[in-house]
Design a protein around this ligand. Sequence first.
Ligand code: 5RP
Length: 230
Amino acid sequence: MDAKALKIEAARAALGYVESGMRLGIGTGSTAEEFVRLLAEKVAGGMQIIGVPTSERTAALCRELSVPLSTLDETPELDLTIDGADEIDPELTLVKGGGGALLREKIVAAASTRMVVIADQTKLVDTLGRFPLPIEVNPFGLKATEIAIAKAADKLGLSGPLVLRKSAGETFVTDGGHFIIDASFGRIPDTRALSDALHAIPGVVEHGLFLGLATVAVIAGSDGVRTVHP
Ligand code: 5RP
């Protein structure tokens, strides 16, 4: 099975967690988009849900497919969020933000009773850090924030290139109007320590480490779909 087929299988299995009447956080990325397509079929068949999208990109797809939407202001408590991930470790600590939506994704996941992560098996790792860690930063004082990130990482024995994300040659700007620095620190043995250190930097808006948010991961591989619990 190719990667797209595996994403569809994970998304299909995640539909099993969705019940009519639910308030759903809807993630961002290619796997989450497969989930939206399948969800739209259920909605067309009569399932009643209200979705809160984690990005403008997801909102646009939901509108195109007639998936009913709300905002987190109108619907501040959610039953379930379904979202993809860039990396997943055995405790279900995640790296997210490859699609640039980590801030809204984290706010929506934190407002949800449960978070189901959907992914193909390539996203499972023993230790996070193969995928560069996305760090969302305020454009003001970018250089100073970069220096602060490098110093904080160094104190934890981490180092590596900090790359300002670009898209089509321009600096990538998030839905919240921020920039993203992709930090290639390599293996991150202590995710809590790095999370705390990054949160202590004023210019850091949020980072892509998701700790204690995922309830279950639905992982599709060539031998079928399985679930991973923390
Ligand atoms: C977007 C994300 C995505 O969930 C993550 O990048 C995975 O995307 P994909 O399903 O396309 O591999 O965090 O900010």
